[in-house]
Design a protein around this ligand. Structure first.
Ligand SMILES: *[C@@H]1O[C@H](CO)[C@@H](O)[C@H](O)[C@H]1NC(C)=O
Ligand SMILES: *[C@@H]1O[C@H](CO)[C@@H](O)[C@H](O)[C@H]1NC(C)=O
Ligand SMILES: *[C@@H]1O[C@H](CO)[C@@H](O)[C@H](O)[C@H]1NC(C)=O
Ligand SMILES: *[C@@H]1O[C@H](CO)[C@@H](O)[C@H](O)[C@H]1NC(C)=O
Ligand SMILES: *[C@@H]1O[C@H](CO)[C@@H](O)[C@H](O)[C@H]1NC(C)=O
Ligand SMILES: *[C@@H]1O[C@H](CO)[C@@H](O)[C@H](O)[C@H]1NC(C)=O
Ligand SMILES: *[C@@H]1O[C@H](CO)[C@@H](O)[C@H](O)[C@H]1NC(C)=O
Ligand SMILES: *[C@@H]1O[C@H](CO)[C@@H](O)[C@H](O)[C@H]1NC(C)=O
Ligand SMILES: *[C@@H]1O[C@H](CO)[C@@H](O)[C@H](O)[C@H]1NC(C)=O
Length: 588
């Protein structure tokens, strides 16, 4: 009897585990189908099975992400997905063996469609999921697989964010602050409001008063005064006034940076998280900056007492690569690593404690960088690609780091330039994977709707991404719609290929916002105005368009990487943003 009972009990337990397994696999399967791999799957599945351009798809994803797994909606939605799965037969990841959590989803999200980096590894794995939901392997496209090898370890970013959200209902270890980014945020800080916030911050934001006096404090105050009383610049051959908020102040600030700025780079820290620049892909900005900063002769000082700024040379990309525990859905250990690093720095040197970190800075392009640095590194000047007003971006302290998609580390400026106006045959162009909630809305309204609006999902692969680049060069306007996060490499790409950027990403602080007047060379469209996009673009008179196009060309040099930095290039501009913020927030 007892034995029978026990074995029945076992059976029931097994069944229960089985059920749990199925539930997770369903959710997992769902994740695989949308939205992260939408682009891949499109080519594998017949289109009618996969909702490609429906905004509610993403809404449902959101629900799934944030609801308990038992949530009715997720199950309902998951039912549909499992159908797809069983029809098409692709791999589900192991479930029970994964501590009841999902496979981490690897993919760079905002990257341009054809970027090989859109794809990633889990495709390679074959696994059983619970009983008998076993299936074929997805990674049959070896060419894709090969092309992503060098990126493949690197993860995820935006999807990482997703994973965290999902797991937040199971694991309390995961920060939940990113949840809201997957749904439209009602509250929008417009660019003109951002301008006001910036000015206000200059008037009011002050970092911690230093614990003891140093000459550098006086030097910063002096610099501030000189910038505020800058001689008026008229017709500087190198600086085209209309693209700046105030070209006189910018010019003076830049000159003072060149003359006076000293940066101390901490030598502590083990590779690869510290001191290992990674130079290609969509997170390349942080790597290029690190490489050029550490090698710099002009600004770097070995004497920390002379330093106005202290650089913490870590890579948010390498941090994830080195420490993220696959399937853990937690970046607690990544944050802990940074905290330990800062503790070590603070214990060994007196400089951190002097200002509470306010004269320290970091440069991070990974999507997780804001959440990784918002606690122990909160006082630092954070130069971040993911510059989101709703993610804790502090005007006057933090800086918006351009996201640059470097395809070739040897020749970062390959293919630079675009068609002349008369050869810009397309009104507006967008192509990209359906990451986030905005792009599905964009496609819903504009895909195949109007010959002037070349709005696509992911473009088919082409050699060297030539289709994508061709469209960018031959379009008047390039739509930079946010993916999972506010930032997108398209903004810099548009400038690179001389296409007027149209930014559709509420609450995104555009790069070098302190000095550049984005409204003079780009169009910023609220997410809610997507249905009206064509009218908005057509309402811009040709004369105005031509002046924006000319300004795009003028601003281009600020976004170019050079192996040996040149005046006003992106390296110097990133450093300038940090310098400028420090100057305007210093106290003594
Ligand atoms: C999203 O889920 C809701 C509720 O189940 C459903 O009404 C709606 O049709 C779904 N949208 C899509 C595109 O699946
Ligand atoms: C999911 O599918 C099962 C079996 O087909 C069905 O009984 C159940 O009602 C479905 N769930 C939802 C939420 O539609
Ligand atoms: C489950 O999590 C524990 C603790 O995080 C880890 O040691 C173990 O390797 C994990 N198991 C699997 C199968 O991932
Ligand atoms: C899975 O299916 C195979 C054959 O279809 C069968 O032999 C095996 O017992 C099944 N496994 C489970 C766990 O049901
Ligand atoms: C993969 O690439 C090789 C050469 O690079 C090519 O010959 C082959 O057709 C490609 N296979 C697929 C499936 O595209
Ligand atoms: C991948 O990286 C290794 C070393 O980092 C390099 O030798 C190799 O050429 C790279 N492969 C590709 C396909 O870029
Ligand atoms: C499920 O959702 C409810 C309401 O949103 C929440 O109170 C509860 O804590 C959730 N349960 C888990 C396990 O997350
Ligand atoms: C730019 O800044 C300088 C120095 O503060 C000031 O004199 C000038 O009026 C400003 N120019 C504009 C256009 O705001
Ligand atoms: C800085 O402050 C921390 C905590 O207050 C302390 O542990 C550390 O020893 C201090 N550093 C130095 C160099 O005094």
């Amino acid at each position: 009897m007892g034995g029978d009972f026990l074995s029945m009990f076992h059976l029931e337990t097994k069944r229960l585990i089985w059920l749990i397994g199925i539930t997770f696999s369903i959710i997992l399967a769902f994740q695989y189908v949308e939205p992260n791999y939408g682009n891949v799957l499109l080519s594998l599945f017949s289109a009618d099975r996969i909702p490609t351009s429906s905004e509610s798809t993403d809404t449902n994803v959101t629900i799934l992400n944030h609801a308990n797994f038992t949530d009715e909606l997720s199950i309902q939605k998951a039912n549909a997905t499992i159908d797809t799965v069983s029809i098409t037969g692709f791999v589900l990841e192991p479930i029970l063996s994964q501590n009841k959590s999902q496979e981490k989803v690897n993919s760079y999200s905002p990257s341009p469609e054809n970027a090989p980096t859109n794809l990633s590894p889990p495709f390679g794995s074959t696994t059983n999921v619970g009983p008998n939901i076993t299936t074929a392997v997805l990674s049959n496209d070896d060419n894709i697989t090969n092309s992503i090898k060098n990126e493949s370890f690197s993860p995820s970013s935006q999807n990482g964010g997703n994973v965290q959200d999902k797991s937040s209902s199971i694991s309390s270890t995961v920060p939940k602050e990113r949840q809201e980014i997957h749904v439209p945020i009602k509250e929008v800080t417009t660019v003109s409001e951002m301008n006001k916030l910036l000015l206000q911050s200059h008037a009011s934001y002050r970092s911690m008063k230093p614990r003891w006096f140093s000459n550098v404090d006086q030097e910063l105050l002096q610099a501030r005064s000189e910038i505020e009383n800058a001689p008026i610049v008229k017709n500087d051959p190198n600086l085209y006034g209309p693209i700046y908020h105030n070209v006189s102040m910018f010019k003076r600030s830049y000159e003072l940076m060149e003359e006076r700025l000293k940066v101390y780079v901490y030598r502590e820290g083990a590779r690869p998280i510290l001191h290992s620049p990674f130079l290609t892909g969509i997170y390349a900005s942080e790597g290029w900056f690190m490489k050029l900063m550490e090698a710099n002769k002009r600004f770097v000082t070995k004497n920390p007492k002379k330093a106005h700024l202290f650089y913490l040379p870590f890579s948010s990309r390498m941090l994830e690569e080195a420490l993220y525990v696959k399937n853990s859905h937690s970046h607690k250990n990544l944050i802990q690593y940074l905290h330990d690093y800062v503790d070590m720095i603070a214990a060994r040197h007196s400089f951190w404690n002097r200002t509470g970190g306010a004269d320290h800075f970091l440069v991070g392009c990974h999507d997780w960088a804001p959440s990784e640095t918002k606690l122990r590194l909160a006082n630092c000047i954070r130069s971040l690609c993911n510059a989101d007003v709703k993610e804790g971006f502090v005007f006057g302290k933090d800086a918006s780091l351009p996201e640059t998609y470097v395809r070739n580390a040897q020749i970062p400026t390959r293919d630079l330039g675009g068609n002349s106006f008369s050869k810009k045959t397309t009104l507006a162009f967008f192509a990209g994977s359906m990451h986030g909630y905005v792009r599905p809305i964009l496609l819903k309204h504009w895909e195949n709707k109007d010959p002037d609006m070349k709005i696509f999902g992911k473009l088919p692969n082409s050699k060297g991404n030539s289709n994508y680049i061709h469209y960018m060069k031959s379009s008047k306007y390039c739509i930079c719609a946010k993916g999972y996060e506010v930032n997108s490499p398209r903004v810099v790409e548009a400038i690179f290929y001389e296409c007027v950027p149209v930014i559709i990403s509420d609450n995104f602080v555009p790069p070098f916002f302190e000095v550049l007047d984005w409204e003079s060379f780009s169009v910023i469209v609220l997410e809610k105005d997507i249905p009206n996009l064509k009218n908005i673009l057509l309402s811009i008179p040709e004369k105005r368009y031509l002046s924006m196009l000319m300004r795009v060309k003028k601003v281009q040099k600020h976004f170019l990487w050079n192996k040996n930095p040149v005046k006003y290039d992106i390296f110097h501009m990133i450093l300038h943003s940090i310098w400028y913020n420090r100057v305007f927030s210093a106290t003594s």
